[in-house]
Ligand binder design. Structure first.
Ligand SMILES: [Zn+2]
Length: 92
């Protein structure tokens, strides 16, 4: 008689590579049907703790193992100091 509890065959694993500059941390993320929603939401990198990461599937590595990238959207914080400096230079 065999009793199977939480078979490991359920779900898949994403091998996620953080794309945050200076981090590049790689970690395994288990995705089961119950956690599938995480693919549609944002998450934080467990190493650099940067929030707002989005999983982008990047191909298949093996049986139930997939590669993915944790990418971060630009949040609109664009350095404009150079442009402002140029403007000031023009005014002077
Ligand atoms: Zn990271």
């Amino acid at each position: 008689m065999q009793i199977s509890i939480a078979p490991k065959s359920s779900g898949i694993v994403y091998r996620v590579a953080c794309q945050n500059v200076g981090c590049s941390h790689t970690f395994d993320l288990s995705i089961t049907a119950k956690r599938a929603g995480i693919l549609a939401s944002t998450m934080a990198c467990p190493r650099c703790r940067r929030h707002g990461g989005i999983l982008k599937p990047a191909g298949r590595l093996g049986d139930k193992v997939f590669s993915a990238k944790l990418v971060f959207k630009l949040t609109g914080v664009v350095p404009t100091l150079d442009e402002e400096g140029d403007l000031l230079t023009d005014i002077n």
